[in-house]
Design a protein around this ligand. Structure first.
Ligand SMILES: [Fe+2]
Ligand SMILES: [Fe+2]
Length: 379
């Protein structure tokens, strides 16, 4: 049986797909060519290999979002991950840099999780583009916009980037939202768990690896603060992916495309949960409370005083009011186009500073993809 890895290693060819369709007529399907045997092939049943324009628009925006995720996660993996990508090879003798150590203070497996999350995002982007090609649609290529300067710290590849991680306004309201009973889709807004404006989430130069010691904690407060920012940013990105896939899945027409969006969306949820726990470890003992002597950024202990709105151990979505006429329910949110759709995602990315330095053409490209995805209708 073919594995997804086998499939991804084989370049998808639109031409070979079209040729196959002609030979086998109605029996050949896009799904069959790309997904291999063993999965239900619904296009086969309908006798059509085509998918709706709306489904293509949804998949194209998701491919763009995944390319953006891949770019930012690759920057994290180069400096804070463990192992070469791909495949991930963990070398137990690898000497950790201070950023990796600081990330390990939040979870001993943190650097491994960063590498794994990166591998997943690259697989999402590669798969979605290959699937688009397999159904005769155009893949998404944002490589022309990879023009931003990244970190020059040791470990960074130094290649030009699509996204900025060194001057972020990390939105930490998700941390409060998932501990609240109010509904973001009903217009509820949530305060920041911690204010992180104009901050870097990665070491910018080797100087960021240095810092003063905290007598209460065997580490380095400057790089620890950067790792803590990263933890909250990981959560912001992955809760966004969680909501985006849930919102767009509601408008998918093809059952096979729905398998893909629900399946990848589930992986985003898996990522999100780890980063909820991870970010919370930066705001409790033994890591917190502490202050970065260089940036002045402070991370208090969220357990003291105890406040349910930010209690680190409440890592699962707290039941909330989905519908005022029904009991509260534990589920992901937001889940509507307005607050979780493609344009909402672009706005959130932009507000966080992720695209600082990008060209008007970049925003035009992204807005076009987002508008088309939000306009998609089921059926
Ligand atoms: Fe992803
Ligand atoms: Fe993700």
């Amino acid at each position: 049986m073919k594995t997804i890895t086998d499939v991804l290693e084989r370049p998808a060819s639109r031409r070979s797909f079209l040729k196959k369709s002609l030979v086998a007529g109605a029996v050949a399907t896009a799904g069959a060519s790309i997904l291999g045997k063993g999965l239900p092939l619904l296009a086969q049943e309908s006798g059509s290999a085509s998918i709706t324009k709306g489904d293509v628009a949804i998949l194209r925006f998701l491919a763009a979002a995944e390319l953006i995720e891949s770019d930012l996660w690759t920057q994290y993996a180069e400096l804070g991950g463990i192992g070469k990508l791909p495949p991930i090879e963990v070398n137990p003798n690898e000497k950790l840099n201070p950023y990796q150590v600081a990330l390990s203070n939040l979870d001993p497996d943190g650097p491994q999780y960063i590498a794994s999350n990166t591998l997943d995002e690259v697989s999402h982007a590669t798969f979605l583009n290959a699937y688009l090609q397999s159904v005769g649609a155009d893949p998404v290529d944002l490589s022309a916009f990879a023009v931003l300067s990244g970190s020059t710290a040791t470990g960074s590849s130094g290649k030009p980037r699509l996204t900025n991680l060194m001057d972020l306004n990390v939105d930490t309201s998700w941390y409060v939202r998932y501990r609240s009973t109010a509904s973001p889709d009903a217009g509820a807004t949530f305060p920041q768990a911690i204010t992180l404006n104009g901050v870097t989430a990665i070491p910018r130069t080797d100087a960021d690896f240095e810092g003063q010691s905290n007598p209460n904690f065997p580490g380095n407060d400057h790089i620890q603060a950067i790792a803590n920012v990263a933890g909250f940013h990981f959560g912001q990105i992955e809760q966004g992916g969680t909501s985006l896939y849930a919102a767009l899945s509601q408008k998918v027409t093809s059952p096979e495309v729905l398998q893909i969006t629900l399946g990848i969306g589930g992986d985003e949820i898996a990522h999100f949960l780890e980063w909820v726990d991870f970010s919370g470890n930066g705001v409790q003992p033994p890591v917190a409370p502490f202050s970065d002597p260089i940036s002045g950024l402070s991370f208090p202990n969220f357990f003291h005083p105890l406040n349910k709105q930010i209690q680190p151990s409440l890592i699962f979505p707290v039941p909330f009011q989905f519908n005022p006429n029904l009991p509260n329910v534990a589920m992901i949110r937001p889940i509507t186009d307005e607050f979780a759709g493609a344009m909402a995602a672009v706005k959130a990315f932009t507000a966080s500073g992720l695209f600082i330095g990008q060209s008007p053409e970049f925003f035009e490209t992204l807005n076009k993809l987002a508008t088309a995805a939000d306009a998609a209708k089921r059926g």
